[in-house]
Design a protein around this ligand. Structure first.
Ligand SMILES: Cc1ncc(COP(=O)(O)O)c(C=O)c1O
Length: 463
């Protein structure tokens, strides 16, 4: 296969994340160079429905004029100033005020960063600082869930519970503990009710806390619904029971809302949909609909006061900051996203179209290749299995999901394979219409049938 000039330049110079670095030298990258609504176009002009919203982030599609104008106007006024050393900029001030009102944390204080990884990394660092400031010098360990994804800085990848993101990187760091993910379909025992399953997970979490010494455990972090880990929506009593346990041991609940924030689950935040009252939360992605790199950390009043006290103790100086924190162009775009949420009644739209999204996804439940269907709002996944009756996945794992993804792409649809056996995920732009949802799943349906026939020929399916 001959590669385009751009593809040849790419493989000569650009390093790609989450990619087979040898394989891409043969295949070249897919180069996307235009977007329109929920669609993107590659360099040959081929159109794709972007059902993964890029990296779970382009909530308003690929050519929203209001966002483009917001960035342009701010660039003309003030393209950059910083928020370090007691300086500030108006877009950052307004954004912090608005986020503080929106998040489910009373009197929240906001720190602005650039990516989800940075936000999670800084949040852990801030809590270490806080615990030192209030004299809890031993209380530093983090608990996250196997299968959870929290990013790829050194701390964020230590929080991440996906082993293939750790290999050869000398992470996780010590003090980053893991507990089970709440994946009832995969891990529930035969005959075990959802409630009994949740009780078992909570009891395992309690054992972990006791074994490690509760005095050493600082916080538990979770995505309300896991994204990269397979779009796992926990059984109903899970968060209530986990929160009650953590409270007993004075361990903070931190919500990673990097995917679930800004409307994805039908409410502004996944915490609201799932009844979580976090001590702190991180957000990113949909916050600017991905038109600018920006993320945020929301801290409770108590944690914020601890940071102030730490700053006093550390010589009247909070020794943390990055050049682009509170970047005015990114903040202006994030403010415009919030404005659009009300001017276009976006939450109501998500609640409406997610019924169609759910119905079409559930419709695949009877397909011979489909073991499990999961969804909440406009995020969902389908788990493919070799043996539906016995929930047996494919060997080798991932090959069938990859085939399905490629079949979809041949037919103009981008979906994303995720962890949890052979699962594929859907996370379309929030602006998607019912007709576009039908179009998306019609293409998917044909690709799924073709993949089933291929898997049969390859003898990957149980007889
Ligand atoms: C839940 C979650 N947290 C954190 C991150 C990291 O965000 P970023 O890629 O912007 O660093 C991601 C990215 O996919 C994510 O899905």
């Amino acid at each position: 296969m001959s590669l385009s000039t751009a593809a040849n330049k790419d493989i000569a110079h650009l390093i790609h994340g989450f990619t087979d670095l040898s394989g891409i030298r043969e295949s070249g990258p897919v180069i996307i160079n235009r977007g329109d609504g929920i669609r993107v176009f590659d360099e040959s002009g081929k159109s794709y429905i972007e059902a993964a919203s890029g990296m779970w982030c382009t909530a308003l599609g690929f050519n929203d004029q209001e966002l483009i104008e917001a960035a342009y106007e701010q660039m003309q006024k003030l393209p950059y100033y910083h928020t370090l050393a007691a300086r500030s900029v108006n877009p950052a001030i307004e954004l912090a005020e608005k986020l503080s009102d929106l998040v489910p944390i009373e009197n929240a204080h906001i720190y602005l960063a650039l990516s989800g990884s940075e936000a999670n990394d800084f949040l852990v660092k801030f809590l270490w600082y806080y615990n030192n400031a209030i004299g809890r010098r031993l209380k530093k360990k983090m608990i996250t869930r196997l299968g959870g994804y929290h990013g790829t800085t050194v701390v964020a990848s230590s929080l991440t519970g996906i082993e293939k993101n750790h290999r050869l990187f000398d992470v996780p760091l010590p003090g980053f503990l893991k507990t089970a993910e709440p994946h009832y379909y995969r891990d529930g025992l035969p005959g075990e009710s959802e409630t009994a399953y949740v009780d078992r997970l909570v009891s395992e979490l309690k054992d972990l806390i006791e074994r490690e010494n509760p005095e050493t455990i600082m916080a538990f972090m979770a995505e309300p619904v896991t994204g990269g880990g397979g779009v796992i929506v926990p059984p109903e009593p899970y968060y209530a029971k986990v929160q009650a346990l953590l409270k007993e041991y004075d361990i903070a609940f931190l919500a990673d809302e990097v995917i679930t924030g800004f409307g994805r689950t039908g409410a502004m935040f996944g915490c609201e949909t799932l009844g979580i009252q976090p001590a702190a939360m991180t957000m990113g992605k949909g916050m600017s609909a991905a038109y600018q790199p920006i993320s945020a950390i929301a801290l409770s009043e108590e944690i914020y006061q601890g940071l102030c006290s730490g700053s006093d103790q550390a010589g009247y100086y909070f020794g943390h900051g990055t050049t682009y924190s509170g970047h005015p162009v990114a903040a202006a775009v994030a403010l415009k996203v919030l404005e659009i949420f009300s001017s276009r009644k976006l939450l109501g739209h998500v609640q409406n179209v997610s019924k169609k999204f759910a119905k079409r996804l559930e419709g695949f439940g009877q397909h011979p290749l489909v073991g499990d269907v999961r969804h909440l709002g406009l995020i969902g996944a389908i788990e493919l299995v070799a043996d539906k009756d016995h929930k047996v996945g494919f060997t080798p794992q991932g090959v069938v999901a990859k085939h399905l993804k490629e079949e979809c792409e041949r037919n103009g649809l981008i979906i994303r394979p995720v962890q949890s056996g052979d699962s594929v995920s859907f996370c379309p732009p929030l602006i998607i219409t019912e007709a576009e949802i039908d179009e998306l799943f019609d293409i998917f349906s044909q690709a799924l049938d073709k993949t089933a026939s291929w898997a049969q020929v390859e003898r990957l399916i149980a007889e």
